[in-house]
Design a protein around this ligand. Structure first.
Ligand SMILES: Nc1nc2c(ncn2[C@@H]2O[C@H](COP(=O)(O)OP(=O)(O)OP(=O)(O)O)[C@@H](O)[C@H]2O)c(=O)[nH]1
Ligand SMILES: [Mg+2]
Length: 220
């Protein structure tokens, strides 16, 4: 009973240490609810959100796209790492979470990022860094510190609270903007190539070896 009534099927992955709030974040996004009790995710889980996406600078009816957004929730616990890693390749966008009240989870961000880059479809995949639990007074990581790291890693940074819902939709929407832009650029690049025929020159940034070419191809 597959519902195939969509223009784009987009897959996002939520990553980060155990306890940072990935499952709660997702629950808040899809069901607008928050659960206090911590039940660690086993392996992977996913939720589906259907939405209509409109490219920011366009306003004709044609620019509205039906999206099925698959949100994959991964277990942060180390023992599931080899299993969850296998899902990275399918991710078109990544929400990398840490807990603003846990310095340890913040220190893990670089390692998570390296793992994403190793496994993902591209060496520069679309990622949003998310500092979760912004509702707590007991902070261990300052906004300035987190922004500094995000700037260094060249990824956007958003502070959220799965408890209050603050910025949760914004974080997902921001990642969706990045991924949809990549999709559109890719499609127009392909159209251009088709128009120019096989004599077109590859852009300097394009890799010529077949393995990397496979990696940098369209994630769909
Ligand atoms: N105050 C506060 N607590 C939160 C927030 N998000 C999650 N929590 C709490 O943090 C704990 C862990 O949340 P989960 O969402 O289960 O963590 P997880 O990242 O999915 O953990 P794993 O599944 O083990 O990887 C739970 O007790 C939540 O209630 C938040 O925004 N604010
Ligand atoms: Mg979880």
């Amino acid at each position: 009973n597959l519902d195939t009534n969509y223009d784009f099927l987009i897959k996002f992955l939520l990553l980060g240490d155990s306890g940072v709030g990935k499952t709660c974040f997702l629950h808040r996004y899809t069901d607008k609810e928050f659960k206090q009790k911590f039940i660690a995710t086993v392996g992977v889980d996913f939720r589906l959100k259907k939405l209509v996406y409109e490219f920011p600078e366009e306003d004709d009816e044609d620019s509205k796209k039906k999206i099925h957004l698959q949100l994959w929730d991964t277990a942060g616990q180390e023992r599931y790492r080899s299993l969850t890693k296998a899902f990275f390749r399918d991710g078109m966008g990544f929400l990398l979470l840490f807990d603003l009240s846990s310095e340890t989870s913040f220190r893990s961000v670089r390692q998570w990022l390296n793992e994403i880059k190793e496994q993902a479809y591209s060496e520069e995949p679309d990622i949003v860094l998310v500092g979760n639990k912004s509702d707590l007074d007991s902070r261990d990581v300052s906004t300035a510190e987190a922004k500094k790291l995000a700037d260094e890693l060249k990824i956007p940074y958003v502070e959220t609270s799965a408890a209050t819902g603050e910025n949760v939709e914004y974080a997902v929407g921001h990642l969706l903007d990045l991924v949809m832009k990549r999709m559109r650029d890719y499609v127009s690049h392909m159209e251009q190539e088709d128009n120019q025929g096989s004599s077109s020159h590859p852009e300097p940034s394009q890799r010529l070896d077949s393995e990397t070419n496979k990696k940098s191809s369209c994630p769909c």
